[in-house]
Each structure stands twice: as structure tokens, then as C-alpha cells.
Write a protein that binds this ligand. Sequence first.
Ligand SMILES: Cc1ncc(COP(=O)(O)O)c(C=O)c1O
Length: 432
Amino acid sequence: MATPNFEIFSKVERGPPDAVFGIVDQFNKATAAWKALPPDHPEAGPDHKPISLVVGAYRDENGKPWVLPTVRQIEKEMAESPALDHEYLKITGLPEFLPAAQKLMFGVKDETIASAQVLSGTGALYVGFSFLHKHLGCTTLMIPDPTWPNHPNVAAAAGISVTKYPYYDRKTNSVLFDQMYDAISKAETNTIILMHPCAHNPTGMDLTMDQWEKLASLFQSRAATSPLIPFFDCAYQGYASGDLELDAAAVRHFLALGLPIIVAQSFSKTMGLYGERCGCLHLKCTSKDIATNVTSQLSSFIRATYSNPPGHGARIATALLTDETKYKSWLNDLKTMTDRLKSMRTALREGIEKAQAELPEAPKERKWDHITTQRGMFSFTGLTPQECKYLSEKHHIFLTGNGRVSIAGLNPSNVERVSRAIVDAVIHAPKE
Ligand SMILES: Cc1ncc(COP(=O)(O)O)c(C=O)c1O
């Protein structure tokens, strides 16, 4: 008998680390190394404890994950409910969740919108892109430059290639609206145009309502002869302005014009349900009948990929959205989060400006006012890749290499250290 060969996987090459979770791994390793230091080591103290400003997940003022009190309360009630079981949900999710999620996003429940509960924002993007690829023959996705680094990965997984439109000018820290508009106006027919309706990740800079209206008119004017597909990725409703309605204004404007919008709606950040994978995909159709057809195709795709979505997060979100008292209490929780983020933005800007003024060798021309102009979970600081590397190597402060800081990782105990370290990086990191 020939020698058996069990090495069927030996030709598999190692894949690249994830742009965000790869740095989380580095942070975790640095934390383990710091914890293992002997107490008399010069770097054993709290001033050298690694700090993560990487992941867009809310942390409280002690740097700990925060379960929203309203969510905690609902979970208690669920635990005591004899009616609750662990049966499969429907393929398109918890039926009562879908109209509640529509109401939050669009301000109305609408039977001409095909909706399915999916695996949070990422799952909504994947199911949405796959649907557009299969049923509308879409082959290209246009994303802002820069954007969430996972957009190209999700598009590739759905068989779609990616092009970019200009979005942000690093020199002036502002949105390049004219260039964005121009690039979108030249996009090929049937291109999916991905837009962040609020709290753009990573820049924290959004279009004004006036600019959204101009963009919507462009989609309208192309609809007759060379349509584009408007796709909103809404992961931060409530985080930009602190107001759920205002943050949905762009989406609702496109809807009011009757445009065939698609929305990926995530509940990860707004309800702190990250690991529960709670989200929805919505597609605006022109009739209830067409929406039923679209839903049936979403169902077939979901059944073939992961069968049906998880129940826990959707039950929480439904309770929170459909009970008036719980809804009000959630608004309070949202306010707690957005107020803390705002105060940390201010503290970071002031901390950096103070350190810059105090250190004679700090270049005074570097400006930091954009930190407080930007909104949402992140600040796009303008730090260079070399400065980011310096921060992790010298100060054990971790952020993504594009200079994006998760404001949620800041708190009163670490913001001064981070501010001083940033100025040190500006002075001493190798120049580009
Ligand atoms: C812009 C954007 N879209 C989508 C997502 C996906 O989030 P999730 O899949 O956790 O809902 C994120 C998460 O960071 C994001 O920032």
C-alpha cells in the first residue's frame, strides 16, 4: 500500500492579518507581555500599560465594555420569561423586529421595503452585494476613499470588484464633495455606490444636508438612462449628531424621492450588541408584490449560507424599539455614550494642544481642531503611518496605521498620556 498523504492542506498560504483585528492581536500580545513584567521593571507601572484605540466599540470611563442599562434590564426580563425558547427564527429573522427596524431607519413601516434580519452590518453588506450581483448583474462597488477597511473584503467575497471615489482631503481635513460628485457622476451604469449616511468611518466627516440633496438629484437624473445603485451602510445611527432622526436624514431624503435605496443597518454600536450580530438589510422596491419577490430571493440566499439569524440580539432590539418606556431609556443610554465621546474629543484636542505648546521642539504649525469638528466613534487624526508605528513601539498605544483613533478607547485616566505621546510621536517619529 502506498504511503498515505494526509498533507492536503500543506499548500495553503497564510492569509494577511485583518487591518483592525490584526492590531488588536498586537495589543493583546503587548498587554500579556506588560502583565508578565517583574514589579521592579521600569515599565511595569500603569504609565506603560498598553492602550487600545483600535476597535470601534464603546468603552465606559474606566475603559471597560459597557452593557447598556436598558439592554441589561431587557435581558433580565428575558431570562425570567417562561415563554422564551431557543427555537430557530424564521429565515428572514424575528418577524416583529423587521417593522421596528424599518421605523427606526426610515421613520415609517413600509411594505414596499423588502427587509431581512441578517448578521449585523457586515452580514447586511454581504447579503446585499450578493443579491445585487446575482439578480441585477452588478459587478462593481464604488467606495469612499478612505472607508472601513472591510468593505473591499466583503465585496470580493460577493464576487464584486471595487473602485473608489475621492472623499476626504487630509491636508484640509474636509470632505471633497465636488470630486466625489464628479467621480460618482462618471460611474458606469449599475455601479453600486456605497455611502456612509452618518459618522463616516474612519474620517468622522459627513456631507451636509445640502450636499446629500445634490447627490440624491444626481441619482435621480441618472435613473432613467444609466442608473446607479445607492447603497447606505448605516452602522452609527445616533452617534453623529446624538439624534436618531437627524442621523437618518440622508437615507430618508433618498427614500422620499422614491430612489431604490438599499440600507445595511447595524445595531452593534447603537445598542452595544456587537457580538450578538444583530442587523437588517432593507431594499426599497416600487410595490409590495416586488418586495415579496425580493424577500423570497433573500430567503433562498440566507437559507443556503447560514440558514437563519440568531435570536438574542433581535429580541433585545425589538423590546427596546417597541416599548415606549424602554425606548426612552435607550435614548438616555445613547446620550450617555455620545456625551462621553464628545467630552473625550475635547479632552484629546486640548491635551495635544497643551502638550504641543509646552514642548519647545514641537512643530507649532500642526493643527488639531479637526478632532472636535469630526463626529461619531472615531477621529481621523492625521497621524502618519510612521507616527502610528512610533506610538505603538515607544508608548504601547495602538491605533490603525491610517491614523484613526477610536475615541471610545479614551478616558479621563489615559487621555493626557495619549495626548503627550501623540506630540512626542510628531516630534520624534521618522518623517515620510
Ligand atoms: C462603516 C461600518 N460598516 C459596517 C460595520 C459592521 O459592523 P457590524 O458587522 O459589527 O454590525 C462597521 C463596523 O465597524 C463599520 O464601521
